[in-house]
Design a protein around this ligand. Structure first.
Ligand code: SF4
Ligand code: SF4
Length: 254
C-alpha cells in the first residue's frame, strides 16, 4: 500500500528543509500584510486577543468579528472585522506595527507558513505539514535569513496555538456531521456550542449559575483554572460539548 500523502499540484511540504524569510520594521512592505486581510479567528485566538485588549469575550465578538460560512454548513466560522477605511486595515494595527503582537492570531504567527494536519495517520494521532506561502507584495522572502519549521515555530511560539487549534478542529469535525439533528443550525444546542467556543466569559457565568463544573471530577488545577484561566475553561468547554453531543469525552462525572 502506498501511504505517501498526496498534496494538490504545486504544494510541496517543507519537511526538514529551510525557507528564506525575515519580517522587521525595515522591510519596504512593513505592515502591508495587515491591510485588506481575510483572517479566520479560532477560539484560542479570541481568548488571547480579548485578554490583551482587556475586554470581555462578548464585547470582543461584537466589536471585532463577523460570522461567515466556514468549511461546512453546520457551524459558523468567525472572521476578523476590518476597519471601514480605504486600506481596510486590521483594527489592531498601530503606527509602529501590531498593537497586539504578543497575542496576535495564529494566522499572523504562522505566516509565511501554512499548516495542514493529516488526522488519518492513526487513531488519536496526527501529522502536520508546512508549506511556504509567498504573497508577491511580501519582501520578507528576499531577506537573508533562513529558518527551519522548528525554528520558526519556536520563534513565533506556535506550539501553544497549534495545540489549542487542534483541539478545536476535533470539535469542529463533530460539528461538520450535523450533531444538531432535528434542531437544525441556529437551534439551542448550536447556540450553546457557539457560546462555549467563542464567548468564554458567557460560558463561565452560565457554568457557575448551573453548577456545571461541580458535576465533574476536576483536578485542583482545573477547578482553579476554569475560573481564572480562559484557555483552561475553553478546554473544559470543548470536552463538555463532546460529552453533550456524542456521549464521549475525557470528562468524568462525579
Ligand atoms: S493582528 Fe497584528 S499582525 Fe495580525 S493583521 Fe492585525 S496588526 Fe497585523
Ligand atoms: S508583507 Fe511580509 S515582510 Fe512585509 S510586513 Fe508583512 S509579513 Fe513582513
Amino acid at each position: 500500500m502506498n501511504s505517501k500523502k498526496e498534496f494538490p499540484e504545486g504544494m510541496v511540504p517543507l519537511g526538514a528543509g529551510k525557507f528564506q524569510f525575515s519580517c522587521h520594521a525595515g522591510v519596504g512592505c512593513f505592515m502591508s500584510c495587515c491591510k485588506n486581510v481575510d483572517m479566520f479567528l479560532y477560539p484560542y485566538d479570541i481568548v488571547r486577543l480579548k485578554r490583551c485588549l482587556q475586554i470581555d469575550s462578548e464585547t470582543f465578538m461584537r466589536q471585532h468579528t463577523r460570522l461567515v460560512q466556514g468549511g461546512h454548513p453546520y457551524f459558523p466560522a468567525v472572521m476578523l472585522k476590518l476597519n471601514v477605511d480605504e486600506d481596510k486595515s486590521c483594527p489592531f494595527l498601530k503606527k509602529g506595527g501590531c498593537g497586539v503582537y504578543h497575542d496576535r492570531p495564529s494566522a499572523c504567527r504562522t505566516y509565511p507558513l501554512e499548516r495542514a494536519v493529516d488526522r488519518s495517520v492513526a487513531r488519536g494521532r496526527h501529522k502536520d505539514y508546512y508549506f511556504v506561502t509567498n504573497h508577491n507584495y511580501c519582501l520578507g522572502h528576499l531577506e537573508d535569513n533562513f529558518y527551519s519549521v522548528a525554528q520558526w515555530s519556536r520563534e513565533q511560539k506556535l506550539d501553544e496555538y497549534n495545540t489549542m487549534n487542534d483541539r478545536w478542529a476535533e470539535l469542529d469535525t463533530i460539528f461538520a456531521n450535523n450533531p444538531w439533528k432535528g434542531e437544525g443550525s441556529g437551534g439551542p444546542k448550536q447556540q450553546m456550542a457557539f457560546m462555549v467556543c467563542y464567548d468564554v466569559d458567557g460560558f463561565r457565568a452560565l457554568a457557575n449559575r448551573e453548577k456545571i463544573f461541580e458535576q465533574f471530577r476536576l483536578s485542583r488545577e482545573q477547578k482553579t483554572g476554569v475560573q481564572s484561566d480562559d484557555a483552561t475553561l475553553l478546554l473544559f468547554g470543548f470536552e463538555w460539548l463532546k460529552l453533550f453531543l456524542t456521549g464521549k469525552s475525557s470528562l468524568e462525572r462525579r
